[in-house]
Design a protein around this ligand. Structure first.
Ligand code: SF4
Length: 373
């Protein structure tokens, strides 16, 4: 477990060490709809670009008004933290991340780059064909840049590595359904976040080891109030740790950097690119892609029930328009189903004392449920 914490904390060092060890290249990406399998099949390490709060006196001139996440990624590029990244891929998603992608290329025009269009109507009739053609263009762009053909055999091998990672992470999350889970919310989220910057094959071996240890771990007598976390993407576990310091536990999340990242697998078929397309279009909908056929509210409710949560925390980044526009429906559905929730906004840093008081009040309000169940 410590290794995952260390990788997440020192993720830039991990990326540099991986390059040195393998001689490979590192590809940075912004959105969860980026088909990692194609990058990994080319022999490269896909790394999700996570925000990290550092003094910033540059990005305002380039990206005024964007959310902290997108601005902090640009800030790190300008500061040279991502100098081990050789290329940037953006898959159609959030406007602010697109800004970060384009603005970074203004600053770093030498980087290989590609944009993958992902239909907003992910369940639309033509969406799978559109996505498949986008993946074909992307694969050809990677092959042209690397001078190496990505074969079906390469894709089969990579699909198996990625599906194994998803299966193992589902196993970790299954442990959180127990009355007294042996794994804390901060530990599980650390593993998911680390998996987005790590070599999946390497991580799978470590995960098997950690799961074996977790299954032997004695559950804590009382893990307290069970909470679900919903909202804007995060790249740290500050909130989970704060909740744990108040004697409660985040037992499930519906974050695009959390459970949504690994929830579904690629179902292999002859047409490998179509198989990968269907996996990314079929993942739990992010707030931006939940149009027409609204699947997100039902998915949130299902997870809430399956993990026996007592309440929901909705944490939104300031200026986060995808969740800003989607929240009113989520609040309405939670109210209709008498699911207690607490909504709050955060910026680059978590307003610790204020958030602690809010969480404490919310958790105390839910405590009676512990005796009822
Ligand atoms: S926090 Fe919201 S607005 Fe910012 S990049 Fe993420 S999804 Fe986009």
């Amino acid at each position: 477990m410590e290794r995952f914490k260390e990788v997440l904390k020192n993720r830039h060092e991990y990326g540099r060490a991986w390059k040195k060890r393998t001689g490979g290249k590192v590809i940075g990406y912004y959105e969860p709809y980026m088909p990692e399998e194609i990058v990994y099949a080319a022999g490269f390490l896909p790394v999700r670009l996570f925000s990290r709060h550092e003094p910033d006196d540059v990005t305002d001139r380039q990206m005024y008004g964007n959310c902290a996440c997108s601005r902090e990624i640009l800030n790190q590029f300008i500061k040279g933290n991502f100098n081990y990244v050789d290329g940037l891929i953006n898959a159609e998603g959030c406007q602010w991340m697109l800004n970060a992608f384009q603005t970074t290329l203004n600053v770093k025009p030498e980087l290989f780059n590609h944009y993958v269009f992902v239909p907003d109507y992910v369940d639309g009739k033509t969406s799978k064909d559109v996505m498949r053609s986008e993946l074909d263009v992307f694969k050809k762009a990677m092959e042209k840049w690397t001078g190496k053909t990505i074969t079906d055999k390469d894709l089969d091998c990579v699909i198996e590595v990625y599906n194994t990672n998803r299966r193992l992470m589902r196993q970790v999350y299954e442990l959180r359904r127990a009355d007294n889970p042996v794994v804390l919310g901060s530990e599980a989220m650390t593993m998911v976040l680390a998996s987005q910057v790590m070599d999946k094959a390497e991580m799978n071996e470590m995960l098997k080891d950690v799961i074996a240890k977790l299954e032997k771990r004695q559950p804590r007598k009382d893990t307290g109030v069970r909470l679900m976390l919903v909202g804007s993407p995060t790249s740290d576990v500050e909130l989970e740790e704060l909740v744990e310091s108040l004697g409660a536990n985040v037992v499930i999340d519906e974050l695009c950097t959390g459970s949504c990242y690994f929830w579904n697998e690629v179902i292999p078929q002859t047409d490998r690119l179509m198989a990968i397309s269907l996996r990314y279009l079929g993942r739990p909908h992010c707030a931006l892609k939940d149009n027409n056929w609204r699947r997100r509210p039902a998915h949130i409710h299902q997870l809430y029930e399956d993990y026996q949560a007592h309440g929901v925390i909705i944490a939104k980044q300031i200026y986060c328009h995808p969740h800003g526009t989607d929240n009113p429906l989520i609040w309405k559905v939670l109210r209709e189903r008498n699911i207690p929730f607490h909504y709050f906004e955060r910026d680059a840093t978590l307003p610790y004392e204020e958030t602690r008081l809010r969480m404490e009040a919310f958790i105390n309000m839910l405590k009676p449920q512990l005796v009822m169940k």
